[in-house]
Write a protein that binds this ligand. Structure first.
Ligand SMILES: NC(=O)C1=CN([C@@H]2O[C@H](COP(=O)(O)OP(=O)(O)OC[C@H]3O[C@@H](n4cnc5c(N)ncnc54)[C@H](OP(=O)(O)O)[C@@H]3O)[C@@H](O)[C@H]2O)[C@@H](O)CC1
Ligand SMILES: Nc1ncnc2c1ncn2[C@@H]1O[C@H](COP(=O)(O)OP(=O)(O)O)[C@@H](O)[C@H]1O
Ligand SMILES: [K+]
Length: 540
């Protein structure tokens, strides 16, 4: 895949800008407005082109997003710092942070800014940014969580600029317009410590816009886990590169809108990130397009084994995903043939067993299968196989590992938990670790569905893909069946499993957003909107 050097550019937002209006604006009678129309928004939301606004409204950036682990970030920072005057990197971070906060405020002068300052450099960033805002006329108060260990240079700069150390933390928080969370960044572990919890809660409850410095304090930067209490931010200003925790739930949920500030780290980061998120242009490049000489067989044929007397609709929904996924033809094998033909007369239906259905370039097996047969037989084929839903039940790692062709598994958290022998909550709390563990256990590519859909390649050295288009409107019965058909069709069209899985998740999420427009959608609606999503990614 071609990767744009997104780490080097200053870009926002992974989600719509915060709508909270700073108190100072409210007190002057200014009206709340939509993001991008004035009022409370991070800097940079202005001057968006219609195309950018469209992409942003669907939760996407225009170039590939990468995330790197803390160790990699620290190594890159150390390399860069060795060539710069002391403190230069922190000044870059603080300047970007102050500019982003200023962009949130209708007017900096007179705004009430509170800094939550921990004992490390994250607090230093907050203090220097606070000094910059104080120089522009903001009233800045610092709440020092560890007064003896607060960043001395930052504190001196804040005082010199007219800022103060708060004597009554809860008093200043109660009237704040903006709170900068500088308790912990990449150095924090294990949720907020008890002394930080009351101020974090007061910040959240104050009505102020909460801006996390680098990361929301209390989340795990490397994994996206939240192991205790954490700051819930409206926006996060992160430095140098995204960290995995900013893109993966549950931590992602705590970050709000994420803005990346360029501090010159890009060239020092390795070419292979820990995590990557496809964007429109990447998806457009990967989508299969028929050539002039193509025919239906050369485009790829996908076979779908799905549905049962108990779940006949799953067959129709999986086929609905498959017919829109780029394969030249869809074969269906199973008890739902009549229902499938009634809805999709273009589908080739076959009697049992799958091995007599004619040649396919990929199989999808599992949606609505119940206790039906077929998994072992399909796994013996020499083409890529996607196993979903009921097909995953009791799936034998050795049978998957022994395959000569690739396998793509698409569990939701409950199915993944069974396959790993852990609780569902454990998978939901540690999605990244879980998807990697499953890929290692089965020697397969694994797409873990849910609030953040992740795709881990069978090759553990490759970055995990995180899907940026997901929407909770997808939490509707049968939408996973559509996804499996779609991904299987892309497999049959020749995409490798990690691309088939991540492109399918991208189109699926985008289709749900296009179909939903903020209202509930059905799985059929999602399938019906796949062509629009496909076209949307290819629109220059
Ligand atoms: N390096 C650079 O070039 C640049 C770095 N930059 C900035 O530095 C940040 C990293 O700074 P850092 O390494 O000092 O760690 P940091 O995130 O402040 O936290 C460590 C402190 O927190 C404490 N602590 C730990 N866990 C805790 C908890 N659960 N609850 C409460 N406290 C907890 C821990 O205390 P201790 O364990 O020592 O008692 C320790 O003192 C980075 O995110 C970015 O913002 C930018 O300026 C760009 C240039
Ligand atoms: N909270 C959520 N946010 C985003 N996507 C979700 C959420 N919950 C479910 N989804 C998506 O909805 C689909 C549900 O699939 P699945 O759990 O297999 O349901 P079903 O078996 O009913 O088809 C998956 O693509 C999943 O990623
Ligand atoms: K922070």
């Amino acid at each position: 895949m071609v990767r744009a050097p997104s780490c080097g550019r200053t870009e926002l937002l992974s989600r719509p800008a915060p709508r909270r209006i700073p108190r100072s604006a409210r007190s002057r009678g200014e009206q709340p407005g939509p993001a991008g129309a004035g009022g409370a928004r991070p800097a940079g939301v202005r001057n968006v082109t219609p195309r950018k606004r469209h992409a942003r409204s669907h939760g996407m950036l225009l170039s590939m997003r990468h995330a790197y682990s803390v160790d990699t970030v620290r190594a890159a920072e150390a390399e860069l710092m060795a060539e710069l005057p002391e403190g230069a990197l922190m000044q870059r971070a603080a300047a970007g942070l102050a500019a982003a906060v200023a962009g949130l405020l209708p007017r900096v002068s007179g705004a009430r800014v509170v800094l939550l300052v921990g004992s490390g450099d994250n607090g230093g960033d907050a203090l220097y940014a606070g000094a910059r805002l104080a120089r522009r006329g903001a009233g800045v108060s610092a709440v020092l969580l560890a007064p003896d260990r607060a960043h001395q240079g930052g504190l001196t700069a804040l005082r010199a600029a007219g800022g103060r150390v708060a004597e009554d933390p809860f008093g200043v928080l109660a009237v704040a317009d903006v709170v900068l969370d500088g308790i912990t960044g990449i150095g924090g572990h294990g949720g907020l410590r008890p002394d930080a919890v009351p101020v974090a809660r007061a910040a959240r409850g104050s009505g102020a816009t909460v801006v996390a410095v680098d990361l929301p304090s209390g989340v795990e930067a490397d994994t996206g886990e939240v192991r205790g209490e954490a700051v819930r931010a409206d926006a996060t200003v992160t430095f140098g590169t995204y960290k995995p925790g900013l893109l993966v739930d549950p931590a992602h949920e705590y970050a709000g809108a994420v803005r990346l500030v360029d501090i010159g780290l890009g060239p020092r980061l390795p070419s292979v990130p820990d995590l990557e998120a496809l964007q429109h242009a990447d998806v457009a490049r990967l989508l299969p397009v028929p050539a002039a000489e193509s025919d239906k067989y050369r485009r790829g044929v996908v076979g779908v084994v799905a549905g049962s007397a108990r779940y006949p609709g799953a067959a129709v929904l999986a086929v609905a995903g498959a017919v829109h996924g780029g394969a030249g033809a869809v074969r269906y094998v199973g008890p739902g043939a009549d229902a499938v033909i009634a809805r999709f007369p273009e589908v080739l239906v076959h009697g049992w067993p799958p091995s007599r259905a004619g040649r396919v370039q990929a199989w999808v097996i599992g949606p609505g299968l119940g206790d039906g047969p077929g998994v072992a037989e399909v796994l013996e084929s020499d083409v890529p196989v996607l196993v979903d839903a009921d097909g995953l039940r009791g799936l034998d790692p050795d049978a998957v590992r022994a395959r000569s062709a690739p396998t793509l598994l698409t569990p939701h958290a409950g199915e993944a938990a069974v396959l790993l022998g852990v609780d569902r909550g454990e998978v939901e709390g540690a999605r990244l670790g879980s998807v990697r563990a499953l890929a290692a256990k089965y020697g397969a590519t694994v797409l873990l569905k849910g609030s953040t859909t992740l795709v881990a390649d069978a090759d553990a050295r490759r970055p995990v893909r995180v899907n940026p288009t997901g929407t909770s409107w997808l939490a509707t019965a049968g939408s996973g069946d559509v996804l499996s058909g779609l991904a299987g069709s892309l497999l049959a069209a020749g995409l490798e499993p990690v691309d088939a899985g991540s492109v399918a998740a991208y189109l699926h999420g985008l289709a749900a957003r296009l179909a939903s427009q903020g209202a509930p959608v059905s799985a059929q609606d999602v399938a019906g909107a796949i062509p629009r999503a496909w076209g949307d990614t290819r629109t220059p």
